[in-house]
Ligand binder design. Structure first.
Ligand SMILES: Nc1nc2c(ncn2[C@@H]2O[C@H](COP(=O)(O)OP(=O)(O)OP(=O)(O)O)[C@@H](O)[C@H]2O)c(=O)[nH]1
Ligand SMILES: [Mg+2]
Length: 318
């Protein structure tokens, strides 16, 4: 390892915010040396608790994260926050809102907040978020919270990589827990019904219970349902307690290790896919894919043989 890299990592691990920001930007952009950096940081990861929070736009995720951060700070634990916001490139509004709301933490070095560039992230949104969360972990954060809008597969993949997944629902969504994408219901370790000051919270709770009664989880955990009014700071202690309860449950019988191995299985496959694709594309002249595609469309070439040939070329590494 170069002396530069060593000193960068030392500063990062001491909690230097500048070194941390630089590391995150390097990894996000896949700038030169990003992989070496992650390799060196990896041995220092695995200590932080990664909490993924997902829910519909405006469900109150940022407000909840803000309160959780405050709570953990009171216990003198440090926090990293990653706001993954797919809506921001279009409106520009949401992240600004987050910034303002979270401003109170800005003078506190124990809280580090980062918004993720989203669509088109190199290595996919989930991969990029996992890498950034690893950097925060290596920097010694006790908790890393990842906020994502639970709308697509990308977002589901993001929170799936967490140690704890919190799904935030709100009353008055119509008939709907049923209609919420099945994927998101399945990944919940804890349900939060936020905006419980609005009518219909009980009904949402009944619907979750009804769904839960249909299928038991393989790990026999029944995700607790916590009602909150995040804007008033109500129910936050209950959420903190539910998170702690989950941790205790996970630590018994090494369930946390099993979960992490499952997460890594998915992540490894994604990393491998990306690396192989990158390698394959690197070996082609620019524009080759478009040329092949035109030939295939004209039935001058069959795609099956072509893919075999391309994969075959990977074996002869120069
Ligand atoms: N009535 C009520 N309003 C709330 C509650 N929690 C949050 N809000 C309000 O709902 C709005 C959205 O809250 P956010 O925390 O920004 O929600 P979000 O899920 O992070 O939103 P996006 O990141 O844009 O998807 C804000 O105006 C909050 O003040 C609640 O429990 N009750
Ligand atoms: Mg938000």
């Amino acid at each position: 390892m170069t002396a530069d890299l060593q000193s960068w990592i030392d500063r990062l691990r001491r909690g230097d915010a500048l070194a941390l920001s630089r590391a995150i930007t390097t990894v996000e952009n896949h700038a030169p040396g990003w992989r070496d950096l992650l390799k060196e940081l990896f041995p220092h990861t695995g200590r932080a608790r990664i909490i993924g929070l997902t829910g519909a736009p405006g469900a109150g995720k940022s407000t909840l994260v803000d309160h959780l951060a405050r709570q953990y700070r009171q216990e003198n634990r440090s926090v990293g926050i990653i706001a993954v916001d797919p809506t921001s490139p279009y409106t520009g509004g949401a992240i600004l809102g987050d910034r303002i709301r979270m401003q109170q933490h800005f003078s506190d070095p124990g809280v580090y907040i980062r918004s993720m560039a989203t669509r088109g992230s190199l290595g996919g949104l989930a991969g990029a978020t996992a890498d950034v969360s690893a950097i925060l972990d290596a920097s010694g954060r006790d908790f890393v919270m990842i906020e994502t809008v639970g709308v697509g597969q990308d977002e589901v993949d993001v929170v799936r990589l967490a140690d704890i997944t919190v799904v935030i629902l709100v009353p008055g969504m119509g008939d709907d827990v049923q209609s919420i994408k099945a994927g998101i219901m399945e990944i919940a370790d804890i349900f939060v019904i936020n905006k419980s000051d609005h009518p219909g919270a009980e009904r949402v709770e009944r619907e979750i219970r009804a769904l839960q009664s249909l299928a038991a989880r393989a790990d026999r955990w029944t995700p607790p349902i916590v009602k909150t009014v995040a804007s008033e700071g109500l129910g936050i202690e209950d959420l903190v307690a539910a998170i702690r309860q989950w941790e205790t449950y996970q630590q018994a019988g090494n369930r946390d290790r099993v979960r992490q191995a499952e997460n890594w299985e998915g992540r490894l496959i994604a990393m491998l896919r990306d690396a192989l694709l990158e390698e394959a594309l690197d070996r082609m002249p620019a524009g080759a894919i478009a040329g092949y595609a035109a030939e295939i469309a004209a039935h001058q070439r069959d795609p099956y043989t072509l893919v075999e040939e391309i994969v075959g070329r990977l074996e002869t590494k120069s």
